[in-house]
Every structure is written in structure tokens, then in C-alpha cells.
Design a protein around this ligand. Sequence first.
Ligand SMILES: *Cc1c(COP(=O)(O)O)cnc(C)c1O
Length: 357
Amino acid sequence: MINVTKPFLPPIEEYEKYLKGIWGRVWLTNNGPLVNELEMTLKEYLKVNHFLYLNNGTIAIQIAIKALGLKGEIITTPFSYVATTSSIVWEGCTPVFADIDPLTLNIDPTKIEAAITDKTSAILATHVYGNPCDIDAIAAIAQKHNLKVIYDAAHCFGTKYKGKSVFAYGDVTTASFHATKVFHTIEGGGVFTNDPELLKTMSLMRNFGHNGPDRFEGVGINGKNSEFHAAMGIVNLKWADKILESRRAQSERYDKKLSGLNVSRIKYDPNDFNYSYYPIIFETEAQTLKAIEKLHANWIYPRRYFYPSLNSLKYVNAVEMPVSESICKRVICLPLYYELANEEIDFVSGVLMTGNS
Ligand SMILES: *Cc1c(COP(=O)(O)O)cnc(C)c1O
């Protein structure tokens, strides 16, 4: 069986080393030394100013919305994982969708302006598949209309924009380090910001609002992560360069093997992209379903990522998003993970190419 993804696990000895330390200290969670070490090493690796390690990427989005004090409408993309939209609703705001660019599948800046009303407080955009949005255009719109910007960068470990880590942009950028992402800590996530005041607010929110053992400053939640998760991050970070390199090589192999296939690829800049997914877009939904069927018959499990378009969720206002809806029906992500062998890439490609002329 070849699944769309398989979590990376380092050699067990590398992780065990950290367990001895945890057993020695009996400090399991609550901003322990390994959480601090992971925050330091990640900031260094990514060359960003401020980062808070959290228990997942969804709490990261919710804390960002809360810390920025957002109210009313938040303009967002219909083409993302459900957590992007559900977090807006969870925080008592209204998602207002702006359709996507058909080439990058990221939110289309020209559609953002048309969606702005006097209730708009922010833009929440996803860098889809680890391919950065048009950050400059979004920043210009935000500045002109006095809006906050949050980026859901759940897919973006290793992604760059204009030579810098993509995590360095926006009022807040959020990350997910879930087991299925390029860099993971089993469960985990975080928030990045350049604003030290905002960092302080989010840091209080992460820990119930505790400001000292018996003082509370503002409403908080439990966004903390454990020493065990941080240890997995510290170990996996040592593998990150290798993982990113192999993703690129594997994607290039798919490119070669699938060059005759009648599908389109997303538009990306190889200098920025982290190759975290391998999406292919068919011309019709019928072709898409037929390809999935062929793959399933060979024990290959791609994923319709993303499906369905988020504007079709029952808890949002019904609107039409023609580009996103059309893409959702026609896109699949092929298997891509560290252990995926060249022969397996060739096999998956071969199955897709049969009967295709
Ligand atoms: C994975 C993902 C999330 C949620 O992250 P968790 O760490 O699983 O909570 C949010 N947005 C996008 C785009 C994702 O892919």
C-alpha cells in the first residue's frame, strides 16, 4: 500500500537520548527546557524574531485571531484545510471568502479588495501546499484599508518569500507541526510575529493568562506543548534539510515521469517552494475520479486535498466560489514522503500513465 503520506520518524536512539533527560528532570510540560530549546533552534534555523511553540496549528490560528482582537468579518480563502475557516467561526467572527488564483490556488488579491466592507477587520490567507501567496499585494491592500493580516502557513516549513522565511511576514503567521507535515513534532504548531507586544499577549494566552503563579492577565487557553513533543521537534529539525532536499528530488522525478500526462501543475517559484505536496489538476472531475479509481485498484491512496471547497460548509454563508469549487473537484495530491522510494514514484506514475495518451 502506498498512502498519500507517511509520518517521518527519526532513528529511535536519537529520540531516546532526550527521554533520559526528561526522566531525570521529571519536568514533562509547562514551558520546560526542551520547549525552550526547540523555540531557540527553530528561530535560528528559520531566521525569525519571535516564535511561540503551541500544541497544534489550529490553536495557533485561534490565538492569533484572539490576540489581534479581531471582530466582524475576516476575508479568507475557500481553498484550504477546514481549520482555516472553522477557527474564524470558533472565534466568533464571520468568514468572507475571496476566490483563488487558478494558477497558484492561493487567494486572489484582486478578489480581496472586492470583498472588503466596513466590517472587515483582517485577511486570513493560506500559503497553499507551501507555495507563498502574493504577500506584497496582500500587504498593500491591508495597509490601504487598515486591516490585519494572518497567514496560515501550516504547509510552509522551508518556504521562502523574497529570500526570507515565509514565517517572517504578516501580523502573525501560524504553523502546524502535525505528524503529516514536512516538519513535525507529532502534534504541534506555533505563531510567528515581528511585534514583541503581540508576542507577549500570545504568550499569556498560551498559558491560561497566567502572569505569575496566582495572577492572571486576560483570558487565556491551554496552548502549551509537552517536553516529549518538543524532543521530537529537536530531533526532527536535524533531519529537516535532508527531508526538504528529498521532497524536491521526488517532485522532480514525478515531473519527469508524468510529463506526458494530461494534467496541470500549480505555478510556483522553485526558489520559494518547499515541495511539501505534489498536487496534479485534471481537466474534468470524471477524469479525476477515474484516476483515483485506477490508483486505488493498485493500493495507492492519493488524497483529494482540498475537498470540498470551504464555502460549501454548512456553518458559513452560502456564496459561489467558481474557481475554488472547480479546482476542488479536479485536484489530487500524490504520495510524497521521506521514505517514498524512486521505484514507488515510478509505479504510481506508471499507473496514472496507463490508458492515457
Ligand atoms: C494541518 C493544517 C492546519 C491545522 O493544523 P493542526 O496542527 O493539525 O491543528 C491548518 N491549516 C492548514 C492549511 C493545514 O493544512
